[in-house]
Design a protein around this ligand. Structure first.
Ligand code: LLP
Length: 421
């Protein structure tokens, strides 16, 4: 359920016609719905109601500071994977004590800044990282709260590029080695073990892999407690999938996920953290684009739009499906035409959809790519010297540009010509 619906023949973003936003900021543009962001955050809150918990939004999925403020003000914590994301969360008014720091390559400089600014915990992913964090904490006279991310070796049954919990993946430490790694943690100065962390992948459409992973974490909790470690917090990661196409099997709901979490770890008396990104931000955004040309190939009709793979890379990178809908609602019974929807970039990979049935569209028509809130604007680049797409936030009847489109001068002036040229 999201707040991008047709009303009077027009696609609306909450109570604002998408055409009005496109006319005001130009295309392509990203539009986010505050109500949809909050609704999906609340679904997790409801799913974990009655447990001691913190829902930490995965900032990597959508990191605009205005979006982070919407969620932070609603009570979300944040999961960050770089000091840049940490700074964004802080700029959105989120206290350091509500921010968890994940990622396999945290640098000493990043550790230092997070420790000085305040941090809820570091999710440590390796022994060398643990050693480095210990040294940094000691040098600052601080104690770093940590969990260790364990790799439970379960198959998340998702796209290979976004699976993270199998033993061949680069993440976490093998769960079989957890005891020795926790023993090391306990022996190092400047560290305080607070719990265990696990994250097995993204866009999971089945609860079973989560269940297997959480069961292993529950077992490990007992083992580590018996060895004298204080395990009071379990970070269960993110990864719950969303429906990208309206007609496919819907992934499990947060309420079902929450029930499973309680079954598997509810008896342990631990504080529960989760790190959802996509489920909160994914269906909260659309990418609006204008048709530039309709080109008839020998066998195919190409809809050439002004958005491209640099703006939304998911189809090119993961063969991802995004629903594409016209901004003006097609008349009932309008004939469909199969289009290859492509961007202007000089690569065949710049294809959003092949033979996609759409109503007949003419140059100047607007289309919206749905489910474009997560891993969309954040993964954009300026390839082909295309400016980053502006972002707009809607709340009820109002909308605001929350990141403007850079000018070409701004883009070009970031480059400098050395004096010897
Ligand atoms: N926690 C950790 C440690 C993660 O690595 C991730 C995502 C999350 C939480 C949030 O997962 P989510 O709830 O959003 O599934 N670019 C890819 C997705 C990459 C996910 C990376 N890690 C895509 O567009 O599908």
């Amino acid at each position: 359920m999201d707040h991008f619906l047709y009303r009077n023949g027009q696609l609306m973003a909450e109570d604002v016609p998408v055409t009005e936003i496109a006319a005001s900021v130009g295309t392509p543009c990203y539009i986010y719905s505050t109500a949809t962001l909050l609704r999906h955050f609340q679904l997790f809150e409801e799913a974990l109601q009655g447990t001691d918990h913190l829902v930490c939004f995965a900032v990597k999925s959508l990191s605009n500071v205005a979006v982070l403020k919407v969620l932070g003000d609603a009570g979300a914590g944040m999961d960050v994977v770089s000091i840049g994301e940490y700074k964004r969360a802080r700029a959105a008014g989120v206290a350091g004590e509500r921010i968890v720091f994940s990622g396999i390559g945290k640098t000493r400089a990043e550790m230092r800044e997070a420790l000085e600014g305040g941090i809820r915990q570091f999710n440590v992913e390796s022994e060398p990282e643990m050693q480095a964090l210990s040294e940094v904490a000691v040098s600052l006279g601080k104690v770093a709260p940590i969990t260790v991310r364990v790799n439970p070796d379960v198959d998340a049954k998702t796209h290979a590029k976004i699976s993270t919990g199998k033993k061949e993946d680069k993440f976490g430490i093998p769960i079989s080695r957890a005891r020795e790694v926790y023993a090391l943690a306990a022996s190092l100065p400047g560290l305080k073990v607070v719990g265990i962390d696990v994250h097995i992948g993204s866009q999971l459409t089945d609860l079973e892999p989560f269940r297997q992973a959480y069961r292993k974490v529950a077992e490990l909790t007992g083992v580590l407690r018996a060895e004298g470690h204080e395990i009071s917090r379990l970070d269960l990661g993110g990864g719950l999938g969303i429906p990208y196409a309206r007609d496919n099997n819907a992934p499990p709901l947060p309420i079902e996920y929450g029930a499973m979490v309680r079954e598997e770890v509810g008896h342990l008396g631990c504080e529960i953290e989760i790190e959802p990104g996509r489920l909160i931000s994914g269906n909260s955004g659309i990418l609006v684009s204008e048709v530039i040309y309709v080109k008839s190939g020998e066998e195919r009709e190409f809809l050439i739009v002004d958005a491209a793979m640099n703006d939304l890379v998911r189809p090119a990178m993961y063969d991802a499906w995004h629903d594409i809908v016209p901004v003006v609602e097609p008349a009932a019974g309008a004939e469909a035409q199969a289009y290859d929807v492509v961007g202007p970039i000089c690569e065949s990979g710049d294809t959003f959809a092949k033979a996609r049935p759409l109503p007949q569209l003419a140059p100047g028509a607007l289309v919206a790519f749905r489910s474009a809130g997560a891993y969309a604007a954040v993964m954009a680049s300026e390839y082909n010297s295309r400016p980053l797409v502006p972002e707009v936030l809607v709340q009820g009847h109002q909308f605001a540009v929350i990141r403007r489109r850079p000018t070409f001068d701004e883009m070009i002036n970031r480059d400098t010509i050395p004096e010897w040229l």
